[in-house]
Design a protein around this ligand. Structure first.
Ligand code: EPZ
Length: 421
């Protein structure tokens, strides 16, 4: 196993190229199950979760051919319809194959994903919606067994809670359904928007893209032709590097970014004293020497993203004053707090709210990553902690960040990847 050794880095400089979005890539890869042609997806990030989902598709019989940051997926050879526990347990987003496989083949078995470090992560809303579309859903021996021998039927679905992968799953199921599906309380994340845009361009007429009410006109089982496309930039990766710039009080430029997807994140960094120069695909952060405290509540897009909560908690330790960060989406997404406290952060937890009394003097030590975004928060803290910080169990980090230590080294960070002894 690897770990990251980080030494205090007075400042960074230069530019970082943002990779394609992991959370856009995953539903877009699952979407290839709906295609009659080979689908070329460009700008895929080199991260473990993408490799895992492509491996799952290969296990089902699809052929996936890679070039540098693109993949050519041929699902015409797909024969299996069972996503087994060994893969699903490593990545719960595997549930994204349920909708498309069921829509295409009329039956599908997917291992229940189980919870994960940050929470229970149920899929009840996915299953309830598929049942409304006419599927028969059984849960047997840890597997979801779904059948719809006559195909899925369009209907009116109202999600009790906004669910990102739930919305993606049902949009893909509705794409091949008989008739029209109206999804109310749909997720509006940019990753869901791109899925809808690609499907819409491929002949699945979708209205309300980007809004909370999506109307999907199904093809009645007719597979679709999907032209090659490029994955949108990863807004969470971009937000993470903006926090790296802010915490080291560095002017940094991100290229191949999408400022439009980061409104709530840029607004919070401005509240903390940073300013920005933006173009259509670059973001330059101008740091403040005195970070101001901040109040954050995580909510669904376009509000402040839960996937940036851990990074801002690390940043808030360097602000002069008391910051309050409330996590509203996941029940256990503060595991980075105890590791930051071990570095000297003055944080108190009360239920789903963290109170940070900054400015905290952080000291480097051995810390353990617990989940993807917690890992990046510990890296950010290591950049400004006195001495050396070793972040262990970075297989969590490798699930969602493409070459993080190389990108930070290229802008001057004192960080290296080493092998555990
Ligand atoms: C997606 O997870 C992202 N993952 C997560 O990013 C992100 O944190 C999350 O959306 C929220 O933005 C991918 O896109 C692959 P949800 P998802 O369904 O779809 C509850 C990262 O760091 N819920 O929107 O699984 C659920 O418990 C990852 O990149 C139900 O109750 O999240 C949660 O409280 C972490 N029943 C809330 O809804 C359901 O059937 C939002 O979950 C589904 C969800």
């Amino acid at each position: 196993m690897d770990y990251l050794k980080i030494k205090s880095t007075p400042s960074l400089s230069g530019t970082i190229k943002i990779s394609g979005a992991k959370n856009a890539s995953l539903p877009l890869i699952a979407m290839t199950i709906l295609a009659k042609n080979n689908v070329i997806i460009k700008n895929l990030p080199h991260v473990a979760d993408i490799r895992t989902l492509l491996k799952l598709l290969s296990n089902l019989g699809a052929v996936c051919e890679f070039t540098d940051d693109s993949v050519n997926v041929d699902t015409s050879t797909l024969t299996e319809t069972k996503a087994t526990y060994d893969i699903v347990k490593t990545m719960r987003a595997s549930i994204l194959v349920l909708g498309p496989i069921l829509a295409r083949f009329g039956h599908c078995e997917v291992s229940l994903p189980g919870g994960c470090a940050i929470g229970q992560r149920p899929i009840d809303l996915h299953l309830k919606a598929l049942e409304q579309m006419g599927a028969k859903i059984d849960i047997n021996a840890g597997y979801v067994q779904a059948t719809a021998p006559d195909g899925l039927k369009g209907c009116n679905i109202i999600f009790d809670k906004i669910t990102v992968t739930g919305t993606a799953n049902i949009v893909m199921a509705a794409a091949l359904a008989h008739g029209t599906t109206v999804i109310t309380n749909a997720a509006r994340e940019p990753e869901v928007v791109q899925l809808c845009e690609v499907l819409n361009a491929s002949g699945v007429k979708i209205e309300g893209i980007g809004s909370a009410i999506l109307t999907v006109h199904g093809t009645s089982g007719e597979l679709i032709n999907i032209d090659e496309f490029s994955v949108i930039p990863d807004r969470i990766e971009a937000g993470t590097y903006l926090c790296a710039a802010a915490i080291t009080k560095t002017e940094l430029t991100l290229t191949d970014a999408e400022p439009k997807h980061l409104g709530s994140v840029l607004a919070k960094l401005e509240e903390m004293g940073c300013t920005f120069t933006l173009t259509h695909d670059t973001i330059t952060l101008h740091p403040t020497q005195n970070l101001k405290p901040v109040k954050i509540v995580t909510q669904e897009y376009p509000a402040f993203p839960t996937d940036m909560q851990a990074q801002f908690l690390a940043l808030a330790t360097q602000a002069d004053g008391t910051s309050i960060i409330e996590e509203r989406l996941f029940e256990n997404r503060f595991m980075h707090v105890s590791e930051l406290q071990r570095m000297g952060a003055n944080i108190t937890l009360n239920g789903h709210t963290a109170t940070v009394s900054g400015k905290c003097k952080l000291s480097g030590t051995d810390v353990m990553a617990t989940d993807l975004r917690a890992s990046s928060a510990l890296v950010l803290a290591g950049l400004v902690a006195e001495g050396e910080t070793n972040v262990h169990r970075i297989y969590h980090l490798d699930r969602g960040y493409d070459s993080l230590e190389k990108k930070l080294q290229n802008v001057g960070a004192n960080i290296e990847r080493l092998k555990e002894k």
